[in-house]
Design a protein around this ligand. Sequence first.
Ligand code: MTE
Ligand code: MO
Length: 283
Amino acid sequence: MTGDARNAEEAERERRLREQTDDGEIISKEEYTKRSRRAFLSFAGLGVAGYLGFRQVQNMEEDENIPRILRAGFDWNESVWSTLERDGARARTFSVDDREEIRVNGRHGLEDGDGDFIEVSESEAETWEIEVTSRNGSTLDPIPLAAVKSDFEVHDMVWEHKCIEGWSNIVHWTGVRLSDVLERYAADELSAEWSVLRTPPGNDVRREYSSAIENYTMRHAQTLLAWELNGEPLTAGHGSPIRLVTPFKYGIKQIKRVGSIEFTDDRPTDYWTERGYDLHSSF
Ligand SMILES: Nc1nc2c(c(=O)[nH]1)N[C@H]1C(S)=C(S)[C@@H](COP(=O)(O)O)O[C@H]1N2
Ligand SMILES: [Mo]
């Protein structure tokens, strides 16, 4: 390929990305600022928690002794969110030029007994399936990853990923809408109050990770099953071969390596909710 052709191709991809990411700019700047301030206030609470050993708590899987201040913060956050989640807003998106590196953070459900990441080979990825359980407990047809990648409209979205530890990065995700996939594979479950996504079962059950999301997020236009991060296929640490991403929730909800999805109308728990965090973890 000549340099000109390559430049033209890159320019075309940029243009396409801008077009797609532009459709996220639906909330006003004032609203975004308001939400950021709210998120910042939550962070401020967490900062205090940091002095009380928050980081330590994060790293200690078995410790459920979450500082009281953190719980209070999340309860408050949850009541704020319940008014927000009905307004149909989109998160602010950015240009791909703004994207940043992001660390690997959180290894639950991704490692073997020695603490090494379990790699997913190309052939395993080709036959990867997401198991589906309906509200009445029946097993539905699994969702083949191959179909996820080939049969639905692919979206590129760039937004700010926020971790409850207090850091954030602007990252670019490539994937398909969870709601598009569910419309085909679990249409009757789209009205479920909750869905719980889990990493595939491993040898050590304690290491399994899970993330529960409410109906609003499950159907949100910016909730994606993603297989690329910043234009590269996901590594094992970032959740290969497929992960969930959604812009109004903290990182703890962005489950890496999705192995199953279960629907329920009852208020569920998930990995971090069982350790004292707010079930919504939205900002
Ligand atoms: N399976 C799994 N997914 C996970 C986690 C984890 O420990 N295990 N940690 C979460 C947290 S706290 C964050 S901030 C993001 C980080 O994503 P990254 O490692 O791709 O930066 O993944 C989330 N998803
Ligand atoms: Mo996080």
